[in-house]
Design a protein around this ligand. Structure first.
Ligand code: ADP
Ligand code: MG
Ligand code: MG
Length: 879
């Protein structure tokens, strides 16, 4: 018999290693049985059976029902009871149990086997008819809801009515006769909704219950949960049939849930709740308010002591914090479930660290206990989870963290008010490079347009600034300074709260809790450093960012973009002069004024990164990005013409318009930019190289140790790089000569065009290093424009599973990842020691980092705030 397709296991046949077949719940209950922990007896219908039934459109596989009946007979023999019998009846629960725990997403039926005959027997045996009838009404409700689809409120209404009529508060205050009457009412409610008699044959009920649990794998809730957590749809659920133990058998019976540590803080302390005279569902579903676990000591001292001992034992056995469900029946403790408990980010770090300190697990095991997303959570201030408010609208969770501030509609106001110390949120249709000033001074950014890797989002993440992008319900009237969301109208100065982690937008100010970069965090990321092979660098354009990156553990700068240095307000006039220059001389003069500014920037960066490599990328964007928008400029000219005002102003506006027209391209992303721009206007890279050299000398003079790497963007042909390298070498030689000293440097290139990846062997002749610009490589490799795609077809593609995820957020492993592999292999064919890295969004994405590790890159580079995540993910990638 092929064990992988077995459909049934007795509990005693299983163990914790069999989760894929028995589900997490079944495997762990079996494991507890092995450990001698008291659990109810039972058997498990495997996930293989569920999958087979799904494949057959719901029909059960051959023999499954016969096998089930045999397993039931064995259970009846072992317990000395019979399902549905009027003498010593057996009652069971039918419990879902997925491979990966999906708490509460699927269905479970309790008390199956109770009926008009067995209820009397059960009551007599327990000398507690009230308990038997209580179990009966619970069964009808659960079975009706789960198997027959009767709406829950139908039963709840009847129960509430009964309690009102009897003038009691609690279910437990109802008498036996009340419960008997309730059972009749529940049967009637079921009949009404089912259009048929409530079924009475317990074997038939069992069949239909197992089938209902199979089907609950496919209910919408479970589907949503799987999608949100990346759980495959085809795993199926196991079904556990277990003898009932009764927490509702009176005052020495109870049920509860406990954690072996505090799942919110990670502290090693008692954490749990229980209810006397109740069944498990009462606690989980919040039907009655449970009591703190500590109180159980006085109510049920023996079971309590046994529980604490078992908790310790299970935590030690599994080596992780456990989430445990238990029931006490007339003083005897039973464990019904144990699993590794879900926890907040701070708790994840504390528990991992404490378990290592306690010698329970190794550092490497601890690294597996933390999810990269939890590092993310720790690095940003968060909204107090207990806020209880509903969002006014929702966009994309583009940059995590929370922001509270007053709405402003333009970058200048954001900048002014931000500088004055006001908390503002920049609300824009979309953001452009012009908005950078406002973005820096704002608490957060909200846009109606643009996606997860839109400019606003990239910038916001780079700064650790919360951002909700593409909130399409926003109707922004920037001139009228108001925004409409449905019926709500907000004006400049109104306060809102953004949750960049969920994409939610709230009215008013929600409470924030500060980020928690604590010792636990440091310790865990420190372990990652001992394990990882990949180096981690940061993308940083300023001394400040560089310093922050270093604090977060960056081992250098992998991408210093120089265009932001051109965008600053005090530099733009000089930059425009340079672009508008009539001849080389005029251009050279303009560049002379820019050079000291660039030098100043580089000095700050070299200083902050002293002793660590700094990769500076020469100017990349097309020149029109530094000029006004074509339409706006045309309108300006028209307005000046109509006003008939100042002649010089009009003339200048027209010259600018002509230049904007000339530089405007159909497809700027594939136009005159990167190395193409540099070869067309060599004065520009020359100036940049001089600024780099002078900054390096200045910093060295002050005792710093600049490590210079110069990078050429958008190379497609080896010849492009050969020429640029010549220009760089010559310019530096001149600088070295006039300074009478020199410093070591390297020259490399971005690989961000498919052609470059394919001819990487040729390009490597002229390169000391490669850095894959995976943002552009994704655009050019797949042939999709990021700015246009994310708001339109790409979102639909992701929703419809045409593509597994947004390739700008997590690398397209086969396609773009394949280009990275080809480029790396071919480059190293030419130069065995070619240093290869990645810069761009993917450098901070855990899944992408795993791929880069497998390709054998030397480093990844990401925004400063993602450096700890990259360090951590790089370690996970080798474990
Ligand atoms: P979920 O996955 O939604 O937690 P479970 O299968 O764990 O569903 O069942 C819910 C609750 O029902 C459990 O917390 C437990 O208290 C109770 N329960 C399940 N099976 C039994 C049983 N055999 N005896 C007593 N209580 C049970
Ligand atoms: Mg459970
Ligand atoms: Mg690029």
């Amino acid at each position: 018999e092929n064990t992988s397709t077995r459909y049934l296991y007795d509990l005693s046949e299983g163990d914790a290693s069999m989760k894929a077949l028995l589900g997490g719940k079944g495997a762990n209950v079996a494991e507890m049985l092995r450990l001698g922990v008291p659990v109810p007896d039972g058997f498990t219908v495997t996930t293989a059976a569920c999958i087979e039934a799904m494949n057959r459109g719901g029909d059960w596989p051959e023999n499954l029902w016969e096998d089930t009946l045999e397993a039931l007979e064995r259970l009846e023999e072992r317990t000395g009871r019979r399902l549905g019998s009027g003498d010593k009846p057996l009652l069971v629960s039918v419990r879902s149990g997925a491979v990966v725990s999906m708490p509460g997403m699927m269905d479970t039926i309790l008390n199956l086997g109770i009926g008009d005959d067995s209820v009397e027997a059960l009551g007599a045996e327990a000398e507690n008819p009230r308990f038997a009838w209580d179990s009966y009404r619970r069964f009808i409700q659960m079975y009706g809801e789960v198997v027959e689809g009767v709406p829950a409120h139908a039963y709840e209404d009847a129960l509430t009515r009964m309690k009102r009529v009897r003038g009691v508060e609690q279910d437990t205050d109802l008498s036996v006769d009340d419960l008997k009457e309730l059972v009749e009412q529940f049967k009637e409610v079921s009949r009404e909704h089912m259009g048929a008699e409530f079924p009475t044959d317990p074997r038939d009920q069992l069949h239909r219950s197992i089938d209902a649990v199979f089907r609950s794998w496919q209910n919408p809730r479970a589907g949503i949960y799987r999608r949100a957590n990346g759980i495959p749809d085809d795993l199926g659920t196991a079904v556990n049939v277990m003898q009932m133990v009764f927490g509702n058998r009176g005052d020495t019976s109870a049920t509860g849930v406990c954690f072996t540590r505090n799942p919110s803080t990670g502290a090693k302390e008692l954490y749990g709740e229980f209810l006397v005279n109740a069944q498990g569902e009462d606690v989980v579903a919040g039907i009655r308010t449970p009591r703190p676990l500590a109180e159980m000591e006085s109510v049920l001292p023996e079971a309590y002591g046994q529980l604490l001992e078992t908790m310790n034992r299970l935590e030690g056995h599994y080596g992780d914090m456990q989430d445990i469900e238990f029931t006490v029946e007339e003083g005897s403790l039973y464990l019904l479930q144990t699993r590794n408990g879900k926890r907040t980010a701070p708790a994840a770090f504390k528990v991992a660290r404490d378990l290592v300190d306690e010698g329970v697990i190794t550092q490497e095991q601890a690294l597996h206990r933390i999810e990269p997303a939890q590092l993310d959570q720790l690095l940003h201030p968060a909204i107090d989870p207990d806020h209880g408010q509903s969002p006014v609208t929702k966009g994309l969770n583009a940059s995590p963290g929370a922001a509270v501030g007053e709405i402003v509609f333009d970058s200048d106001t954001a900048e002014q008010r931000g500088k004055a110390g006001d908390a503002v949120i920049l609300v824009r249709w979309e953001t452009t490079p012009d908005d950078i000033g406002g973005t820096i001074m704002a608490q957060g950014v909200l846009t109606a347009h643009g996606g997860m890797t839109s400019h606003a989002a990239v910038v916001a993440r780079g700064m650790g600034k919360p951002c909700v992008a593409g909130a399409s319900a926003l109707k922004i009237d920037a001139t009228g300074k108001k925004v409409t969301i449905g019926d709500t109208v907000l004006r400049e100065g109104d306060t809102i709260t953004l949750d960049g982690s969920t994409g939610e937008v709230f009215l008013g100010a929600l409470e924030l809790v500060p980020p928690q970069i604590n010792e636990d965090f440091q310790a865990v990321v420190g372990w990652a450093d001992e394990v990882r092979r990949l180096q981690v660098r940061a993308n940083a354009d300023t001394g400040e960012d560089a310093a922050r990156a270093r604090e977060f553990g960056a081992q250098g700068i992998g991408l210093c973009r120089t265009e932001h240095m051109f965008m600053a307000e005090d530099r733009l006039p000089a930059v425009r002069k340079m672009i508008l220059a009539g001849d080389e001389e005029e251009r050279a003069a303009a560049l002379e004024t820019i050079l000291p500014m660039q030098q100043e920037d580089f000095e700050a960066i070299f200083e902050a990164m002293s002793g660590l490599p700094v990769t500076i990328r020469l100017l990349d964007p097309p020149l029109h990005e530094f000029l006004p928008d074509l339409v706006e400029q045309a309108l300006l000219v028209q307005r000046l013409e109509l006003q008939g005002g100042d002649e010089t102003e009009l003339r200048e506006a027209r010259v600018l318009l002509a230049q904007v027209k000339k530089l405007t391209e159909m497809n700027p992303m594939l136009g005159t930019r990167g190395v193409r721009l540099a070869l067309l206007y060599p004065e520009i890279p020359q100036m940049q190289v001089r600024a780099i050299a002078r900054a390096a000398f200045a910093v060295a003079e002050r005792g710093g140790e600049p490590l210079v790497e110069i990078m050429v963007p958008l190379v497609a042909y080896a010849e492009e790089l050969r020429r640029m390298r010549e220009l760089i070498d010559e310019t530096l030689a001149e600088e070295f000569e006039s300074a009478g000293k020199e410093f070591p440097y390297t020259v490399g290139t971005m690989i961000e065009l498919p052609r470059a990846a394919v001819v990487a062997d040729q390009i490597a002749e002229h390169a000391d290093f490669f850095s894959f610009g995976t943002n552009d490589l994704t655009q050019t490799g797949i042939g999709i424009s990021r700015d246009d795609a994310e708001g339109s077809f790409l979102a639909a593609y992701v929703d419809d599973d045409v593509v597994p995820n947004n390739p700008f957020a997590s690398i397209d492993a086969d396609g773009v990842g394949g280009l990275v592999r080809i480029g790396t292999d071919r480059g190293r064919q030419t130069k065995g020691d070619l240093k290869v890295g990645v810069c761009g969004e993917h450098g901070g994405d855990p899944a992408s980092i795993a791929l880069f590790e497998s390709i054998g890159l030397d480093y990844v580079s990401c925004s400063p705030y993602r450096v700890p995540i990259a360090r951590f993910s790089a370690a996970r990638a080798v474990l």
